[in-house]
Design a protein around this ligand. Structure first.
Ligand SMILES: Nc1ncnc2c1ncn2[C@@H]1O[C@H](COP(=O)(O)OP(=O)(O)OP(=O)(O)O)[C@@H](O)[C@H]1O
Ligand SMILES: Nc1ncnc2c1ncn2[C@@H]1O[C@H](COP(=O)(O)OP(=O)(O)OP(=O)(O)O)[C@@H](O)[C@H]1O
Lengths: 226, 226
């Protein structure tokens, strides 16, 4: 697909680089020449431009572009002006970053298709990661239904998934297990490496130190893990 | 649990507020009085303090604290100094934010327990969300095994999960389905609302416009969705 990403700060540049690596055509735009130079080998195309000026912005190839992302951060005014330009140019799908709640309100009123809050969204993910001891991660699909990563409870160690019967007992879905091993990274520190064991089946053996990846109602999962 | 979060920018304050709402005891620290004032009702405790000064930092209640998070952003020097202080005070679990790759290298050398990259991690999540048309989201548990959210393929519409037989055919796990409805939000814009349908079973009916939440090898999922 074809993307235009405006604002090559940490968020915008990471997104532009990753989409480029995934094989998409990405145009990265920033008004600082040093940023444009810095990223020119990692992003399909980079352009130095002040996107608050309609005369400059009009030259961008919007008609073939699937998604435009306004990733300008600190300068809320520049972000809002740029977003307004994109609305005027009737881009197919417009995603803008919000930096404050007032900023969010303005973007909603402009009816952008999606709003990103990079720092808040990562804070949200980490809050769930840190919330429960022994639970390594919790991804809410809804307030009550989560995907949870947790160590295999002691009473199931050494059994197969089928033998435990906990899938029916607690009405959960098991996606997979992960084996955890200690490895040395490039600078010699010991880090935990998780290795995903494909797709779980009734024959999957649950070993000590393995991580279960489950889906279900959080109350059922809590009871299972006790 | 008990947390100390240093640096109440967008990332630090969102994390502190969310953990407080989840019932944890959180101490939010910042050297700007206006930030401390702004968040004092949303975070369990807030303290105004310059955390690059050992004399000030020593008074924080570290012995009972489970996790310390250094969320200072732009000022890499202050982040690194604060992190060094936390290492010296032998906090139980230390998580620091990295703002650049040089910063990351320094934090790794100091052996912090975990490193967060708020903007980069959100960019990563969104790259997977935007990567494939018709696929609403893709969460990698490993490079090849993903949790994927995608619209029900046409050939399965109107059938039950059991009738389709695709779970065995493609070796995937179905977590749930989500029904999608258009609703008006507070400012009158039409937004898509996703409603999770509990835990999937063989009897789950697949309707047009429903979203399948699947786990499996990305190549098997690609073939299923074609
Ligand atoms: N008018 C403009 N036209 C084009 N680019 C702009 C404009 N204003 C700001 N930018 C660029 O947007 C980028 C991101 O914004 P900025 O660095 O202010 O936010 P940030 O919050 O630091 O970003 P991040 O958190 O993603 O690192 C910067 O590289 C900046 O040069
Ligand atoms: N020495 C220090 N002691 C305590 N707090 C500090 C210190 N230096 C900076 N901070 C605080 O850290 C907070 C976050 O850092 P800053 O705002 O520079 O980063 P940011 O990248 O804008 O953050 P975010 O992206 O999370 O909004 C600020 O509120 C700032 O006041």
């Amino acid at each position: 697909m074809k993307f235009i990403i405006i604002g090559l700060g940490n968020f915008g540049s990471s997104l532009a680089i990753q989409l480029t690596q995934m094989g998409h055509e990405v145009i990265g735009v920033d008004n600082k020449m040093e940023k444009v130079e810095n990223f020119k080998d990692a992003i399909s195309h980079t352009i130095c431009m002040n996107t608050t000026e309609m005369s400059a912005v009009q030259s961008l190839p919007f008609r073939n572009t699937d998604i435009v992302i306004v990733a300008i951060g600190e300068d809320e005014g520049a972000n809002i002006l740029t977003t307004a330009m994109m609305k005027q140019l009737k881009v197919k799908r417009l995603i803008s970053r919000a930096v404050s709640s007032l900023h969010q309100t303005v973007l909603e009123a402009m009816q952008v298709d999606e709003i990103v809050h990079p720092e808040e969204e990562t804070a949200n993910r980490w809050a769930w990661k840190l919330n429960t001891e022994g639970v390594l991660d919790s991804i809410p699909l809804s307030p009550e239904y989560h995907i949870v990563e947790a160590y295999v409870p002691e009473r199931y160690i050494g059994k197969t998934l089928g033998e435990t019967g906990f899938v029916n007992q607690y009405n959960v879905v098991v996606l997979t297990t992960m084996t955890t091993t200690r490895e040395q990274n490039e600078i010699g520190s010991l880090i935990m490496k998780n290795k995903v064991q494909g797709v779980a089946s009734a024959k999957t053996v649950l070993s000590e130190g393995d991580v279960l990846v489950l889906y279900g109602h959080i109350r059922d999962i809590e009871r299972l893990l006790k």
